[in-house]
Design a binder for this molecule. Structure first.
Ligand SMILES: Cc1cc2nc3c(=O)[nH]c(=O)nc-3n(C[C@H](O)[C@H](O)[C@H](O)COP(=O)(O)OP(=O)(O)OC[C@H]3O[C@@H](n4cnc5c(N)ncnc54)[C@H](O)[C@@H]3O)c2cc1C
Length: 385
């Protein structure tokens, strides 16, 4: 990893690493739905996943723009950062709200790659997007909390040592507000698996290592509570802008991959005696996808810049995620169309990337909920839910 916060150099280094993991590698994993262990190890060893961890804890202490560039470059190279991207933003909760002792205990190990923190247990089957309605509870008993309940879509938990878990510590009816009474814990999965935690993989349309997780009287030491009891919802919200900006950067990477792939093909594929890209019906959709993704990229840059300056960026982070997810999805559709029948062939990697990028219309926050945020919090329209 380049020592200085030199983003072009970082991009080059990420691209060089990703070149070692070509389409064949991802296709083989996709077929079997297996985890890209070697790829994640290589990114960790190169220090990229620790770029947001301050230097005093062994990371490189770079800003969000560098992290966004790393993830964008991963996607632009045809790889899939979803296998490990969460470590970057989950770690922020520990960094901002953890105690000095917790940070000293965990961050150096995460930075060195000795342990992984890349599982995030928020979503539940009944609550869905209404996070304050979660039913997983953590009850204090002496020097521990006893956790019961269920999470769904907990990704990467089988490949993580730690999980950041959101649970209710005060029943919703007894809390002063519905957003109060939720708490965040660091669960040490190495001890928890088989001792109160059961994990069941969910096979999805793309290779995503996602699962459902069941908690049955799991004992979590009280010292693993992050920040103050009952304030967890605020801590999770605090991390959401970073998460949205990073996911948006990945979508920009995907869009750029689709656009480069379609452009190359449109130049070389000859039908009716001329390259298909000579037809406006083929070149205009590519140009439109390019314009949309470049505009979205500017919003991602703007959001990251505000975030790094410590300024409010909820509006920009949400718009970045919305526009970038739309741009990558539209670029994927355009890329298939440009390739005609070959767009559906596995060996071109387009159908795989198309399946992968579809997720970002739904997770980590669905497009409707972003629109609802903009309508209510930016435009002052009545709350719709
Ligand atoms: C592959 C994958 C990986 C994931 N990884 C994680 C993870 O690691 N950790 C984690 O905690 N979660 C994870 N998630 C969960 C993800 O964040 C949720 O799926 C997402 O937030 C949407 O919630 P939901 O699926 O419960 O949809 P629901 O809340 O049930 O919503 C269903 C649909 O209704 C719409 N909708 C709901 N309410 C409204 C409203 N008021 N106005 C307008 N539209 C509305 C939504 O936009 C959505 O399209 C993952 C999901 C997937 C699919």
């Amino acid at each position: 990893m380049p020592a200085a916060a030199d983003i072009p150099e970082i991009r080059q280094a990420v691209a060089a690493l990703c070149a070692r993991f070509p389409g064949e590698y991802w296709r083989a994993l996709d077929r079997e739905r297996t985890y890209p262990t070697e790829f994640v190890r290589a990114l960790t060893e190169a220090g990229f996943l620790a770029c947001l961890i301050p230097e005093e804890y062994g990371g490189s202490g770079l800003g969000l723009a560098a992290a966004a560039a790393i993830l964008e470059e991963v996607q632009k190279s045809g790889c899939n950062g979803a296998a490990c991207h969460a470590q970057m933003y989950i770690m922020g909760t520990l960094l901002r709200h953890g105690s000095a002792a917790q940070k000293a205990q965990w961050l150096p190990q995460i930075a060195s790659g000795a342990i992984r923190l890349q599982a995030f247990g928020v979503t539940e089957p009944t609550a869905g997007t209404d996070t304050t309605a979660i039913r997983t509870t953590a009850r204090r008993e002496g020097d521990a909390y006893i956790v019961n309940g269920q999470k769904v879509w907990t990704s990467r938990v089988e490949h993580s040592d730690l999980m950041l878990l959101l649970a209710r510590t005060t029943p919703r009816a007894e809390a002063t507000k519905r957003t109060e009474g939720l708490s965040v814990f660091l669960v040490d999965l190495r001890r928890a698996r088989g001792h109160g935690v059961t994990i069941r993989p969910i096979r999805t349309m793309m290779n995503h290592a996602t699962t459902e997780v069941f908690f049955d009287n799991l004992k979590v030491p009280a010292e693993n509570l992050i920040g103050e009891e009952g304030k967890g919802f605020r801590y999770i919200l605090d991390g959401m802008n970073a998460e949205r900006i990073l996911i948006a950067a990945e979508c920009i990477g995907d869009a750029r991959w689709f656009i480069a792939k379609a452009t190359d093909y449109a130049k070389s594929r000859v039908v009716f005696g001329r390259p298909i890209g000579q037809n406006q019906g083929v070149q205009f959709p590519i140009a439109r996808a390019y314009a949309a993704s470049e505009a979205a990229a500017l919003m991602v840059e703007r959001a990251a810049e505000l975030y790094e300056r410590g300024q409010s960026c909820g509006k920009e982070a949400n718009m970045a995620k919305l526009l970038a997810a739309d741009a990558s999805w539209a670029a994927g559709d355009m890329c298939i169309q440009t390739h005609g029948g070959f767009g559906f062939a596995e060996e071109y990697d387009i159908e795989r990337k198309f399946r992968e990028t579809r997720l970002y219309q739904v997770a980590p926050i669905s497009t409707n909920l972003i629109l609802a945020y903009l309508a209510e919090h930016v435009l002052g329209l009545p709350r719709s839910y």
